[in-house]
Ligand binder design. Structure first.
Ligand code: DGT
Ligand code: CA
Ligand code: CA
Ligand code: ZN
Length: 576
């Protein structure tokens, strides 16, 4: 079993115990162990074998025994017992925004609710409003939450989609009969969430290739198996469509199955206007003469267009740019020379300052911005002023040891309090190299209050950038109600930057927000919100959002090198 799956099971155990009404400290211990485990790099079975896992914080002898059992056998006796005792369907209720274990316990005890279907029925009947501690408002919120989950439906995060698609793509690419292979669909466009996976191969032996792919161990079940198309179910319920075409058809099929549908329709219309017919098989003139194209760029060229990168194929303005020869030179992952908003074990991160710095250097970066939680974020080990001093001292020592080749920046993810003030006084804030200001509480404020709160944060002279500005969690929680355009205008006016929080769970700013920020000349920082070394690589997803929004390197803060960056983050430009 993989580390991530084991961590998920530990989390489930903690939640099931909470729902059962166990001692909260005992439950918390499971979640802490899960967090610890997520920071682990390398092969879990090796760490189990030599016992070194017990050196991690939060992993004692009994937790270790469970992890060892899961890692070696894929089973855990206690987890199975717990699932028999508490209906596991109750875990699904945790995904409803605003629903915690305490509430689920109450619902189970008073109405015998055991899953989403029960809950929906009870809420629609109005039975929940009558339970002590719930009321009509909560009942309405629950119904809203259920509707949100329904819409999220069976979509998955981009990170899940990539993890599931990679082994299949690798198998396809390495198949001796395969000439070309690619991911297509929403995953190639790097959309926020993914419905199903699409993979395309070119080959002269389609049946043989599809048969071999259908035999892969990743395939849980086969939904359809024809001569040129295979649809399978992978783990975690994900569906994958695999299509096989000839190598001459490949560019046309790649273009078609990458989509989006709206982009395809616009492409086909352009072809028609030129007396051509564009399909997934080719580009053909009215008299039947084909226009062969070796790659997608040649298709665009044949239609009088500059190449449109997959991320921008949403029919949201790319055709005007491609026609005028004004496609942006989109930012790439390799343009980043460092990043901001990274947590360490000073608050709720899994790794030390030194480990995070080393990992940043391993990625070829010149600097790393540390930003642990501020003091009000008690749930996440927010830093007291005393602990801040300790961290600053350690950063100074590390920086001295790095010399000129690398630098850690002293930052903070400072809570924006309910009234828009900051979690530390100005005399503390001014001592940071930079400040990320984020909302982690009072999500329920109305639109006017929430907007004013964020604008006040932007107006603080020490706030360098806003963190995850809408607070959404993809497939889990909508953002708070806020007039984002007004907030972006305030950032433009005050010289405040905004992050693309690149965590695949967030992507916040989203594509539209990022596009609007650029339109207003607000500088964007692509931040991983890393809670471990592995989390640093999430900048990849942030670059995806930036590319979808048409951002070039000049629009992004952290393409700047170590020479200029301190000036950019340390003080805001004077406002007009
Ligand atoms: P998803 O799976 O919901 O995240 O989104 P996509 O874009 O991957 O959609 P999917 O898997 O249904 O289809 C893959 C691509 O195939 C899609 O992006 C465009 C193309 N396509 C599918 N259906 C149609 C259609 O009815 N018309 C056109 N023009 N293209 C289509
Ligand atoms: Ca798809
Ligand atoms: Ca599909
Ligand atoms: Zn945060």
């Amino acid at each position: 079993m993989r580390t991530e799956q084991i961590a998920d099971i530990l989390d489930d155990m903690g939640s099931l115990l909470e729902i059962k009404g166990e001692n909260p400290f005992k439950c918390r211990a499971y979640h802490n162990a899960a967090d610890s485990l997520r920071g682990v790099v390398g092969d879990i079975s090796a760490l189990v074998a030599d016992g070194s896992l017990t050196e991690l914080p939060g992993i004692g002898a009994s937790t270790f025994a469970k992890i060892a059992q899961l890692a070696t056998s894929g089973h855990c006796t206690e987890f199975e017992a717990l699932r028999r005792e508490v209906p596991p369907g109750l875990l699904d209720l945790l995904r409803i925004p605003g629903m915690g274990a305490k509430r689920i316990k109450l619902l189970r005890e008073s109405l015998g609710i055991s899953g989403v279907a029960d809950l929906k029925k009870a809420a629609e009947k109005g039975a929940i409003a009558g339970i002590k501690g719930f009321g009509a408002k909560t009942q309405a919120k629950i119904l809203e939450g259920l509707e949100f989950l329904d819409k999220a439906g069976t979509r998955m995060l981009q990170s899940t989609a990539l993890r599931l698609a990679e082994p299949i793509l690798a198998a396809a690419s390495e198949h001796p009969d395969v000439l070309r292979a690619s991911i297509c669909g929403s995953l190639r466009r790097r959309a926020e969430t993914i419905g199903d996976l699409d993979i395309l191969v070119s080959t002269d032996h389609p049946r043989r290739v599809l048969d071999d792919l259908a035999d892969r161990s990743e395939v849980v079940s086969i939904l359809a198996h024809g001569d040129t198309k295979l649809s399978v179910r992978l783990s975690e319920g994900a569906q994958c469509d695999i299509r096989a075409v000839t190598d001459e058809q490949f560019p046309f099929a790649l273009s078609y199955f990458t989509g989006s549908k709206a982009h395809n329709i616009a492409m086909r219309k352009r072809a028609i206007a030129l007396g051509l017919k564009l399909s997934e098989y080719g580009l053909v003139a009215d008299d039947g003469t084909p226009t062969p194209c070796r790659d997608e760029a040649e298709i665009y060229k044949a239609l009088g267009l500059e190449f449109v990168p997959p991320e921008m194929r949403e029919d949201s303005g790319e055709f005007a740019l491609a026609e005028a020869g004004k496609m942006p030179e989109l930012i790439e992952l390799k343009d980043l020379r460092g990043t901001f908003h990274c947590h360490t074990d000073y608050s709720d991160g899994a790794n030390t300052l030194e480990q995070m710095a080393q990992a940043a250097m391993d990625r070829g970066w010149e600097y790393l911005g540390i930003a642990d939680h501020s003091r009000s974020a008690a749930y996440a080990g927010g830093l007291s002023v005393e602990k801040l001093h300790k961290q600053w001292d350690e950063i100074d020592k590390l920086n001295a040891s790095f010399g000129s080749k690398f630098r850690l920046f002293k930052g903070i993810e400072c809570d924006i309090l309910a009234d828009g003030s900051m979690d530390y006084p100005d005399e503390i804030l001014r001592r940071f190299d930079y400040v990320v200001a984020s909302i982690h509480s009072s999500f329920g404020q109305d639109r006017a209050a929430q907007t004013a709160r964020l604008i006040r944060a932007a107006e603080n002279p020490y706030v360098t950038m806003l963190g995850h500005p809408t607070g959404r969690l993809l497939l889990a929680r909508p953002g708070y109600d806020v007039d984002l355009e007004a907030v972006i205008h305030a950032c433009a006016r005050t010289g405040t930057m905004i992050e693309i929080n690149a965590s695949p769970y967030r992507l916040d700013l989203d594509t539209d927000g990022t596009r609007f920020a650029r339109h207003c000349d607000v500088m964007i920082s692509i931040n991983p919100d890393a809670h471990s070394i592995a989390g640093l690589d999430d900048v990849y997803y942030g670059v995806g959002v930036a590319r979808r929004a048409g951002l070039e390197p000049k629009d992004v803060l952290n393409v700047s090198g170590s020479k200029d960056i301190l000036n950019l983050i340390k003080r805001k430009p004077p406002t007009l």
